[in-house]
Design a protein around this ligand. Structure first.
Ligand code: ATP
Length: 297
């Protein structure tokens, strides 16, 4: 069996009295492109920093590729991490970055680095400070990729990019991931991007994991059920109500069917990824399901 890419158990990180991540329990299989979504301050960067070994847990456990994050040089080499602001050295040229990468990384893939720079049209002589946001993101991806990691971790890789550059970057990332046999975890505010690129989802809000799993499984297991008021009060065991809205005559529920069997309720229809995620985010904020319609307008 392949080692999971990320496992956490009751993982908690506090800064003083501020809870950044609370009792997160996750088990993410290898080979996925994982989208980590949630509002500002939800704990996404904290989870990624814990995975990269940049910060230590307050309590609970975390393993990345079966080992403690940043346990030693060998473990560091297995993970490529690109922080939120796609950090590059403004005063160094693109070529200088590749030289530095080669010096610092034992498994540096010189050919891959050179090829990618050429393929995405970066001028090796250009100083990184003069690159556009998209080009900086491409350089940061190249540096992380040429380490030949087993896991690439990106904190909001496309946040600074315009829609076209974003699409190009994500397309390029997908092609490259398919070629390289690498797992990816990326955080994003953009559900459309996550839907296009990712096959596994973690929703964080209020420092807690709200829901996690393979996207196809999750969207197949979340349903909107509408029925006359009073008829949906008793649901089968394993069908959890995520949100409920009642009018005088009618009840609308969003349910998570955890039974593994088809949901046998009249009028049930699956909800899309966006509605599912918004339902969890509203629930975390204590807002009911009726706002689903409002959020669309
Ligand atoms: N170094 C720190 N010191 C104190 N508090 C911190 C620190 N880092 C994060 N926090 C707090 O922890 C919480 C989670 O922050 P985090 O940066 O992980 O959220 P996020 O989901 O990545 O947010 P965003 O989408 O805005 O980047 C926030 O309330 C934040 O203020």
């Amino acid at each position: 069996m392949t080692t999971p890419v990320l496992t956490t158990h009751l993982l908690t990180k506090r800064y003083g009295t501020q809870s950044a991540l609370t009792e997160a329990t996750l088990d993410i299989p290898a080979g996925r492109i994982v989208g980590l979504v949630g509002p500002n301050g939800a704990g996404k960067s904290t989870l990624l920093a814990l995975a990269a070994g940049l910060v230590r847990p307050t309590s609970g456990t975390i393993e990345v590729l079966g080992r403690r994050p940043a346990a030693d040089a060998a473990q560091l080499a297995r993970v490529g991490f690109v922080a939120q602001d796609t950090p590059v050295y403004a005063g160094l040229s693109v070529a200088d970055h590749l030289t530095l990468g080669e010096k610092l990384n034992p498994h540096w893939d010189k050919q891959l680095a050179r090829q990618r720079v050429e393929q995405v049209g970066l001028d090796p002589k250009k100083k990184a400070g003069r690159l556009s946001g998209g080009q900086k993101a491409q350089l940061a991806l190249t540096l992380a990729a040429a380490k030949r990691p087993e896991l690439l971790v990106f904190d909001e890789p496309v946040a600074a990019l315009d829609p076209l550059a974003r699409r190009a970057f994500l397309q390029n990332l997908m092609e490259f991931v398919a070629d390289m046999d690498v797992s990816v975890i990326l955080s994003s505010h953009l559900l459309g991007d996550v839907e296009r690129v990712c096959d596994h989802l973690v929703v964080l809000a209020e420092s807690r994991v709200q829901v996690a799993g393979d996207i196809d499984d999750l969207t197949g297991a979340h349903h909107r059920v509408v029925g006359p008021r009073g008829t949906l009060d008793a649901l089968p065991e394993g069908v959890d109500v995520i949100a409920a809205d009642h009018t005088d005559r009618q009840t609308t529920l969003i349910v998570h069917n955890t039974t593994g069997r088809p949901l046998d309720l009249p009028g049930a229809e699956t909800v899309g990824l966006e509605d599912m995620v918004l339902t969890y985010l509203h629930r975390a904020e204590g807002i009911g399901v009726p706002t689903l319609q409002e959020t669309r307008s």
